[in-house]
Design a protein around this ligand. Structure first.
Ligand code: KIV
Length: 273
């Protein structure tokens, strides 16, 4: 079976190969070199410098205040800690509203800070244009659909998406569209597991779920959530892997094992339609 458990760094084409081989892709957020090194040692495939850092590092109420410079600072730090994992960085709110902004942001995050791939949210025509524009310039892009936290003001809160027939059909159409525009991977956040299963079977690029059930090609969690550090109500899709693990390193290893065995997420971490 194809595996990335070698010394060689994980590449963007590896994600595609893992989908084809049925090898689950393990993704975890990271914001500093120390946690990056632990994540790497645990054999996690992708480190994501998410704009969730606005909430878990900076204490903001949403991700909307995060800047490209914030993401660049943390991307440089994680880059210094990892040798094996692929390094994905978020394009923050309004940093890809125009082609020019997207290009400047990509220069900063890939050219200066060392990211291997950028993630952006949405699947409607203005974002599709940006995905196409960036991928045609050799910037690997991961799309993000379902609950897109940068749309929190329009959505009115952090809610499961795609439950009604029209919303379900819209997310399926967006998934096809981001793949056609050139995205190399797709994060699906807080959608019913049957919707994620349908999309995962229908498109050629790997799907990475968070609150999207077990049928995705990979899983991602926010590090602070899976270490039981986040304040407030714990979302249904979160499991505390530190409880009983004994160390942060062991928690990361337990998470990677559970994703690879497909024992996480379970039904209790998933949403029904
Ligand atoms: O910002 C982030 O950490 C993310 C993950 C929740 C997928 O986008």
């Amino acid at each position: 079976m194809y595996t990335t458990q070698s010394q060689r760094p994980v590449t963007v084409p590896d994600l595609q190969r893992m989908k084809k081989a049925g090898t689950p892709i393990v993704v975890l957020t990271a914001y500093d070199a120390s946690c990056g090194a632990l994540l790497d040692a645990a054999g996690i495939d992708v480190a994501l410098v998410g704009d969730s850092l606005g909430m878990v590092i900076q204490g903001a109420r949403s991700t909307l205040s995060v800047t490209v410079d914030d993401i660049a600072y943390h991307t440089r730090a994680v880059r210094a800690g990892i040798k094996h994992a692929l390094l994905m960085a978020d394009l923050p709110f309004l940093s890809y509203a125009t082609r020019n902004q997207a290009l400047r942001s990509a220069e900063t995050l890939i050219g200066a800070a060392g990211a291997d791939m950028l993630k952006l949210e949405g699947g409607d025509p203005p974002v599709l244009d940006i995905i196409e524009f960036l991928t045609q310039r050799d910037v690997p892009v991961c799309a993000h659909l379902g609950l897109t936290p940068q749309s929190v003001l329009r959505l009115g809160g952090y809610k499961v998406q795609g439950r009604e027939d029209a919303a379900h059909a819209a997310i399926v159409a967006q998934a096809h569209a981001v793949a056609a525009a050139g995205a190399a991977a797709l994060v699906l956040e807080c959608v019913p597991s049957e919707l994620a299963r349908e999309i995962t079977a229908a498109i050629d690029i790997p799907t990475i779920g968070i609150g999207a059930g077990v049928h995705c090609d990979g899983q991602v969690l926010v590090m602070h959530d899976m270490l039981g550090m986040a304040s407030g109500r714990r979302p249904r899709f979160v499991k505390d892997f530190l409880a009983g693990a004994g160390s942060v390193q062991a928690a990361f290893e337990a998470y990677a094992r559970a994703v690879r065995e497909r024992s996480f997420p379970g039904e209790e971490h998933s949403y029904a339609g």
